[in-house]
Ligand binder design. Sequence first.
Ligand SMILES: [Zn+2]
Length: 253
Amino acid sequence: MKVTFLGTGTSQGIPVIGSNHPVCLSKDFRDKRLRVSILVEWKDYTYVIDCGPDFRYQMLRAKCEKINGILFTHEHSDHVLGLDDIRPFYFKQGDISIYAHKRVLKSLHKRFDYVFATENKYPGAPTVIENIIKNKPFKLNNMEVIPIKGLHDELQVFGFRFNDFAYLTDMKTVKKKEVEKLKGVKVLVVNALRMKEHRSHFNLEEALQFINKVNPDMAYLTHISHLLGFHEEVEKMLPKNVFLAYDGLQIIV
Ligand SMILES: [Zn+2]
């Protein structure tokens, strides 16, 4: 399985518009972070997790020519706002499958009413096939996907496990029963916003504690704010099996 980090930044991305923070001014390409998303590929299948406001550029940058579907972790803007840009895929492939909690689908109906319109639908609007994710395993083609439920402040969020790989973002609290589902994972991706605590995200310390609990061979941090610091400096402080993800990074699991 191949995983491509399409974006590794927090909701505003890095650089933040108008910011003179040194990390926002950094010349290191690893300090430039689009909104968080990954591409997961195996055999001929290609799935995207989340579809934020940078989706169009991310698809161009990754030279992605087709997708089998989109999985949503939750309905916040930095994870859903790119849905309109599935149009090139829709024109080429037909209706696009999306997978999300039913509350998230409801929110998409509100934000993108024209996508779900059943009467007088605008001809240029894309059409999606809705698939409800419950907190139990489901299949994507031949792959079993295990949802991992967490809380983002008070909001329920799904992470996903694909065999030896798991991707969790926007987590602040994960119950023991859900952590159990991650046992034996070889590569874990988890959010680490910044050094200081935050009400809805793991800070660096909480992310490292969580990684210790799961005990994967390797872990990558994502959903990073400019306040975490320079990529190069932060990575030096991490345990030797923990890395900061960066946009464009590819890993084979
Ligand atoms: Zn987010």
